[in-house]
Design a protein around this ligand. Structure first.
Ligand code: ATP
Ligand code: FE
Length: 333
């Protein structure tokens, strides 16, 4: 089938075209407007989606050399995400499908982050363990099939991406801070400062304690030395990043061991973190795991992963009616 997919859950507007399970185009318009506010402003995100969506869809169809009459189904992100953002993409998809007389496919965004692994080789085989680490979620998921997934652990407060962004903000880095912190951490000493590891009982995570610990530590240090952050920036970044990675990998290891899973996958924007990738590769060598990490383009928000999920749902006959509405809190299972 030829599937047009729309992603608009947060602050990236994206459209993709998939033909017979192969991605032919994946266009993403990232919104710059939020940087000056240090976080995503929902109302501005909805407006920017409204401006970007039609040009992005047109560009995806142009690159894929597909005419609208050839499309077999329209897939869109139903949730989770920001209500206003989801509404823009969802209303577009419904209208487009109605006008063309084509079926509609409602996609779960977190499922799509995981199924991004099936866009390109090498692909994991079922079952596998996926650690989804994004701006809004941290989940350990046992993936039994494209349609059958089970969350076995998740964050009880902040997401891993939020932990990066919030601690980076305390260090005075621009938003989103994750990539900046990653870069600075490369030249720092990860063992210089120690912060609490948020590995809970079972497979759950907690990152709010790290943020508070960093806040109090910086307050105390800068009271004595106003240039403390500036003079220790790389070590601070490396130590914070090390703590987040320790937390993630401790739970991942527990889960993989208990569940006897040897294929381990990363999904979501934080999978771009160079320290996490390197530490996971080392750990995998030690444990004999096979590691899967999608290309960066498919880790952050993109419509290719929505198209991939839409493709699986199309094959399974899982279509939505025109009565479908966005669900900001849509659950994975
Ligand atoms: P969700 O899917 O949960 O709704 P999202 O899709 O907005 O969230 P992503 O786009 O998957 O989130 O990821 C964005 C997050 O990834 C941000 O918190 C960003 O700081 C973080 N991030 C991106 N690159 C890096 C990096 N190199 N190191 C650490 N964090 C990073
Ligand atoms: Fe996302």
């Amino acid at each position: 089938p030829i599937i047009l997919a729309i992603e608009s859950s947060c602050d990236d507007t994206s459209a993709a075209v998939m033909v017979g399970g192969e991605i032919r185009a994946n266009v993403v318009a990232t919104q710059q407007v939020h940087e000056q506010y240090g976080g995503v402003v929902p109302e501005l995100a909805s407006r920017a989606h409204q401006q970007h969506l039609i040009p992005v869809v047109q560009e995806a169809m142009r690159r894929a050399k597909v005419a609208k009459e050839e499309i077999d189904a329209v897939a869109f992100t139903q949730g989770p995400g920001l209500l206003g953002s989801l509404l823009v993409g969802g209303m577009f998809a419904k209208t487009f499908a109605l006008a063309l007389g084509k079926p509609l496919i409602a996609v779960n965004h977190m499922r799509a982050h995981i199924l991004a692994h099936f866009i390109k080789d090498p692909k994991p085989s079922f079952p596998f363990l996926c650690l989804t680490v994004s701006g809004g979620h941290t989940q350990l998921v046992v993936v039994r099939s494209p349609m059958h997934m089970e969350i076995i652990g998740q964050t009880i407060d902040d997401a891993a991406g939020e932990a990066f962004d919030k601690t980076a903000k305390l260090l005075g880095l621009p938003y989103p801070g994750g990539p900046h912190l990653d870069k600075l951490a490369r030249t720092g000493n990860p063992l210089r400062f120690s912060f609490p590891v948020g590995a809970m009982a079972g497979y759950d995570f907690s990152f709010s304690g790290l943020k508070t610990a960093v806040l109090y530590f910086l307050r105390q240090q800068t009271a004595q030395d106003a240039a403390f952050i500036q003079n220790n920036l790389a070590d601070l970044c490396a130590s914070i990043q090390h703590t987040i990675i320790q937390t993630l990998l401790r739970q991942l290891t527990r889960a993989a061991t208990d569940q006897e899973l040897t294929q381990v996958a990363l999904a979501g924007g934080v999978a771009a973190n160079s320290g996490l990738r390197a530490a996971l590769q080392d750990l995998a060598g030690e444990k004999g795991w096979q590691v899967f990490i999608p290309d960066f383009e498919f880790c952050t928000d993109n419509a290719a992963m929505v198209a991939m999920t839409g493709h699986f749902q199309y094959e399974a006959g899982d279509f939505a009616s025109q009565l479908v509405s966005p669900d900001p809190r849509l659950k994975l299972t």
